[in-house]
Structures are given as C-alpha cells and as structure tokens.
Design a protein around this ligand. Sequence first.
Ligand code: AMP
Ligand code: GLY
Length: 426
Amino acid sequence: MKILIIGNGGREHAFAWKCSQSKKVSQIYVAPGNGGTAQEKKVKNININAEDIENLLAFAKKEKIALTIVGPEAPLVLGIVDKFNAAELPCFGPNAKAAQLEGSKSFTKKFLLRHNIPTAEYACFSELNLAIDYIKSKGAPIVVKADGLAAGKGVFVAMQVDDAIAAAKDILGDKSFGSAGSKIVIEEFLAGEEASFIVITDGTEVISLATSQDHKARDNDDLGPNTGGMGAYSPAPIVTKALKDRIMNEIIHPTLEGLKKDGIDYLGFLYAGIMIDAAGNPKILEYNCRFGDPETQPIMMRLESDFVELCEATLNGNLSNHNVKWSKKIALGVVMAAGGYPIKYSVGQKISGLESNNSNISKVFHAGTLFKEDQFVTAGGRVLCVVGMGDDTLEAQQKSYETVAQISWEGEFHRDDIGYRAIERE
Ligand code: AMP
Ligand code: GLY
C-alpha cells in the first residue's frame, strides 16, 4: 500500500521511519518532509505544503493513497480529514470539529467545565480592560493564553501581575497573534510536574500509548523561554500505573464521553498535557489533537508493533482487538537546535557528523534540515532529535549524548540535562 504523511518535522520523520518498517507498505510520501525523511527506505518527499489541502487531496487521489497520516495541528484544524473523507480517502486524525480541542482554548475550557474534567480555573476575555481588571483581582502567578493556534508561542506564564497585563495587551491590544488572539484565556497557575499523556481512539475504544515527558524550556534546569520542546523521553516514571488509571478515569474517558454527548466524533491521537501536583493529583493543562513533537521520536523507537496496522485498526473501528507492543527499554531524545531558537536563528548551516549514526539503539531524526548538493544543511529552529535507548534513563541519556557529541554546525546548541527528573527518580 501507499502512504502519505503530512508535515516536515521530527515527528513526521519518526512516523515515516516507523511506517517504512511495515511489510504492508510499498511506498511512503512525505509532504513536504525534510532532509531526513528523504533518506529512509521506501520514502519520497513531495513538494506540497502541509496546509495546502487542495493539492494534497489531488495528490492522494492521483496516487491512490491507502492511508494518510496527518502530523501537525494546522491542517487538522483547517479540516483536512473532512475533505479527504468526503473524497473517500482514509485519513488518520480528528475532523475539524473535533480538532477544536486544540484549535480553540476557550472552546476546550468551556468543554472541560461542562463535563466536570479537572483543570485550572479560568475566564475568557475579548476586551482588554476587563481582562486587566480580572488579572488584578486574581493576582500573580497567573497564566495568559491566546485562544487560537499560535505555534506554541501563545502562552505566557506570568509570575508578576505587570507581566500578565503586558501579555494581555500584547495579544488583545497589539494583535501580536492576529485572529488567534481575538480572545484570551486567563487561568489559574498550576504548580507541579508536567507529563504528556497520548492516547489513540476511534471515539469509543481508546488505548493509552507509552507515557512520556517533554522539556519545554530552552535552557538547562528548565529555565529560559518556552520552546516547542528541547527533548523528551519515554516512559515517564512519574506516571505510575495508579496515576495512569486516574488520568484515564478522571480525564480521558470523561473527555470521550463528553465529546459523544456534544455530538463530536473524535478519531485520531489525543494528547493530554497533564499537570501533576505535589499530592499526585492530575489536572489537564491542554489538549493537542495530534502526536507530540519531540515525544513521537522516543515513543516510535519503543513501539514494537506495526504502526500502520494500528492506524488502520483505528480507522476501521477494530481498536478493541488490537494489541500494542512496547520495548521495555527507555528511549530518550535530545533536540539539537539552531543558535537563537526559539526567537531568531540562521538557516543554511552545513551539518557535519551525520554519516553513520543509526542503529537500533540510537537514531537521528531530522526536523529542520534539507539535503542540498550532497550535504545536509539546517533549515529550521529545531534541527535534529537524537534518540538513544537504554535499560534505564541514564543509559539512554548517555547513548543519546554520545551521538550528539559527534554532530555539529555553526551555532548549534542543546540542553545537557534531558531526562534529569527521571534519572533522579530512578
Ligand atoms: P499549553 O500550550 O496550554 O500547554 O501551555 C504551554 C506551557 O505553559 C505548558 O506546557 C505549561 O508548561 C505552561 N502552562 C500552561 N498552562 C499553565 C497553568 N495553568 N499553570 C502553569 N503552567 C501552565
Ligand atoms: N512537545 C509538545 C507538543 O508537541 O506540543
């Protein structure tokens, strides 16, 4: 069968790599892909942007694509699944209505409240003066969020009232996020430790995938500005069996039941960003309607069963008969980024040391790279994600950093402490 994967990041490289291992698959196209996807067996990049739904649809029809897997949120929110389904092309991911769980934070907060799902207390504003009054009445710390999609940049965790007011002015007053910021959600600050809890569902059956944790801050010790993610590992030891059961019973199942009651069909990956407080109670911070990046990279390294069969079983409503097998090993991915990320960075730097770095215990996934004139060059902020596997997190971390040390380009930087919380726990 022929597969189409949509997106160009590390997540999509990991999907393409995993799909290429499936015996059922003869050809994989990645739109638009990156320098790494193009190197995988059976994989070809095609030059169509992830949000160019009309051309993606025309391509899928022409090539008789048997399964399309959508990586990023933007095409899902734009309704790619609805359009493919109307053309009777199997497309893995939620439809536009269901993708609102990521596409609108105010939609999601209302939904969570309506269905009694534990989350931070909040209020929603489109008028700046009212927002400022609310911030002053609540005090700091407090969190200000642009309502719509903002590529991970629309959340401000303010430790001071003045910073929260500045964020509200930036979003509502200066329209820094365009229409994604026509409303803001202001919410209670939740203290604790975060985990990524990703499930696959056809709307009725649900399977929780391997647990993981991401490091969102740019610098060591989780300091510095928020990024798309500087490294991730799986499993996350904080998510014990008991906590997993609570997350399923208190958050995931009530969410799927709530969607059903509201007449929304959800099919695809559902990613819950969970905050776990000091007493071990989980609350939901946000929903993403897709797999995480960089969480996908270590999770795909641990997946032993066929990923294509898993997606097909979900699309065919056979998830309840499906068994997902995971490696007992720990997988840990370190993101190598371009100097200046997440703000301003250069592209086009030659990358050296990539030649022989793939085995079944370590793998370099590409994100912002291009293969040009026989050479890999940087083409984005997060450039690579280097995953190592080990019997414990420390070994996985060592394996990953051994490979990281061999790779370089001008301005490259990475965190030195990915996995430190898990290593402390072990
Ligand atoms: P979000 O895109 O909503 O997940 O927010 C991005 C990041 O901001 C999260 O991963 C958290 O680290 C942080 N964050 C969001 N909401 C809160 C909150 N209510 N309390 C504390 N931190 C938060
Ligand atoms: N790693 C966080 C995300 O994918 O949103």
